[in-house]
Ligand binder design. Structure first.
Ligand SMILES: Nc1ncnc2c1ncn2[C@@H]1O[C@H](COP(=O)(O)OP(=O)(O)OP(=O)(O)O)[C@@H](O)[C@H]1O
Length: 573
């Protein structure tokens, strides 16, 4: 929870009111309609062509859109899209000297929709093959239209392949799932590199080799689908889901019958089946904890304890064994993943793994070199508030646009509706803090002709699955949800995330916001708050180090309001 001194609240609110009544002025932010679905094939093809030209001379630098030789087109389009929107400003009663000019990032005239939409493409100047993945897997990736790894994949794959324990931290939607799945699939199961004698031996071994733990059913199932996609229909039996809410005895039967090599599940169900003696994980080589900071929370404590004690631990081994405390984990490689890595994860990783490394898109460092008083990822151990704050820095895609607008509680839903129209958003995820009001939200949106559905933990597994499918298929425009959908959910076409209730802290803001703008796509995040909550938004802005701009909705447009300079610099400092 964020806590602030009371004088600060009053002071800020007061100033904010004054600012609104006297000095705020708006300029039109021309935000073009979303470009709809984006095909990987189209995009990857584009990168490939450029890649061929540039591979030799760009080994050291990460590629950006401009380095893919698209710079001139983008620049032209930007120049052509400078808007001086006197019309809308005069409508808002704004003097012309204060009108802001805003460049739009794509143009209708270039015809390079998908190219320009990916403003901050996180792709690396390497091919999957160069990362040492098995040829069978690389072929399968190509079949799926995946040929260029993202930066974090480029950093993580070789490190995991060399059997290091790792913490992978990179911003939302940057491809962390494949960053750990690919090296595992390259070493485990039918896509691994054929390797003579060793191959024959391991083929005879049929135990589970990798356990992947995720905090929600949805995320668990999403990871299962990703593995199935890579294995292909004929081999997908090698992965098995063990998520809560599904029929347990069917899961146990499938474990017995299919003898999967990779199991993906939620902590409760994995621990339950393991405790019943139906899941044999002692011989497991990989333990992946996806959204590790969430898995560390109190709710999962007992289940996680069981998983950590049993996966990859030989029966009889103890932490006091002859080989010392590290011996008990030496059989298992522990991979921890999240966009947000608070100090608690660093501490846990050190105790669960052997000399773990922190892998980020641009760097790989030993976690041992990060002390509690280190900088960047980890803040002073004496400041708990800072630890949460620091955890979210660098967790958001750089191209994401953030706005907030102020509305009375009773006008929030209408503001939301107008916001969706103004941005012409096609796929919207709206976050509230509780599940109860979601029904009312859906009802009101539907009454105004906007297709919406609720998604939260109190629904049956079937309704959750159906709703998510409908949303992904584009049959629902607005997904009204709570924290359940904030983590890991990948709906690439989602172009707008809205906070209808304020998130509890910067980490929650980051994960909610990260549902849009995935893998370099355009995305907008709008926080709709009440006047007395504005100081919290400003605090989030400061903690995350991002610009969350004040906006208003007028005449079907989203207008960016210029805040008083001293107010803005104060909240950014
Ligand atoms: N190399 C690649 N080429 C093309 N698409 C990719 C590549 N890597 C990942 N993707 C796609 O990018 C999207 C985002 O990936 P992913 O869900 O792994 O992100 P993430 O970093 O785990 O995000 P979050 O922190 O929100 O969980 C997915 O749709 C995934 O299939």
């Amino acid at each position: 929870m964020l806590s602030f001194p009371m004088e600060a609240v009053i002071g800020h609110t007061h100033r904010r009111l004054l600012a609104l009544t006297s000095t705020s002025f708006c300029s039109f932010h021309a935000i073009y309609p979303s470009l709809g679905r984006l095909s990987f094939h189209k995009r990857v093809g584009l990168h490939n062509n450029s890649l061929l030209k540039r591979r030799d001379d760009c080994d050291k630098e990460p590629l950006s859109l401009s380095s893919f030789a698209l710079n001139s087109d983008v620049e032209t389009s930007k120049k052509e899209n400078v808007f001086l929107l006197k019309k809308s400003n005069s409508a808002a009663g704004v003097s012309s000297d204060k009108i802001k000019t805003i460049k739009n990032s794509w143009t209708k005239t270039t015809g390079l929709k998908s190219a320009v939409e990916i403003e901050e493409a996180p792709f690396a100047p390497k091919s999957f093959f160069e990362l040492g993945l098995s040829s069978l897997l690389v072929k399968q990736l190509e079949k799926e239209g995946l040929t260029v790894p993202t930066e974090v994949q480029c950093a993580a794959i070789p490190v995991i392949s060399k059997k290091h324990d790792v913490v992978i931290q990179s911003y939302t939607g940057s491809g962390k799932t494949l960053a750990y799945l690919l090296p595992i699939l390259s070493m485990v199961g039918p896509l691994k590199e054929p390797n003579g004698e060793e191959e024959n031996q391991s083929n005879q071994k049929s135990g589970i080799e990798a356990i992947i733990v995720a905090p929600s059913r949805e995320l668990g199932m999403q990871i299962v689908r990703e593995v199935e996609r890579l294995l292909g229909p004929a081999l997908k039996r090698f992965v098995q889901q063990l998520v809560g809410g599904a029929n347990r005895s069917r899961q146990e039967e499938a474990l017995k019958k299919n003898k999967p090599l990779i199991v993906v599940g939620t902590p409760g169900r994995i621990a339950e089946i393991s405790a019943a003696g139906k899941l044999h994980t002692h011989g497991c080589r990989f333990l992946v904890l996806d959204e590790v900071d969430e898995l560390l929370s109190f709710n999962y404590r007992e289940d996680m304890h069981r998983i950590l004690e049993h996966v990859g631990r030989k029966p009889g081994a103890t932490s006091n064994g002859a080989l010392g405390p590290l011996a008990k984990w030496s059989e298992r490689q522990t991979i921890m993943v999240s966009a947000t890595v608070p100090f608690s994860v660093v501490r846990a990783a050190k105790s669960w793994g052997v000399n773990p490394l922190l892998v980020r898109a641009q760097s790989v460092v030993s976690l041992d070199s990060i002390s509690a008083s280190g900088v960047g990822l980890v803040a002073s151990a004496s400041s708990t508030k800072n630890l949460v704050t620091q955890a979210a820095v660098g967790s958001l895609p750089p191209g994401l646009k953030h706005y907030y607008c102020v509305a009375k509680a009773q006008h929030k839903i209408d503001t939301l509706r107008r916001c969706i129209h103004a941005l012409d958003a096609k796929m919207v995820i709206v976050f509230m803090n509780h599940s109860k009001p979601l029904k009312d939200l859906v009802f009101k949106l539907e009454a105004r002709g906007m297709k919406a559905a609720e998604l939260h933990g109190n629904l049956s597994k079937l309704s959750r699955t159906t709703t998510l499918k409908n949303f992904k298929d584009g049959d629902i425009r607005v997904l009204a949800t709570n924290e359940l959908s904030a983590r890991g959910l990948d709906v690439p076409e989602c172009d707008l995330a809205v906070n209808l209730d304020l998130p509890t802290d910067s980490v929650h803001y980051a994960h909610r916001a990260g549902r849009t703008g995935r893998l370099g796509r355009k995305g907008t995040v709008v926080t709709i708050c009440e006047e007395p909550e504005v100081f919290v938004v400003k605090k989030l802005r400061r903690q995350l180090g991002i610009g969350i701009q004040l906006c208003e909705l007028s005449e079907g447009k989203l207008l960016v309001c210029k805040e008083e300079e001293d107010e803005k610099s104060q909240s950014m400092s």
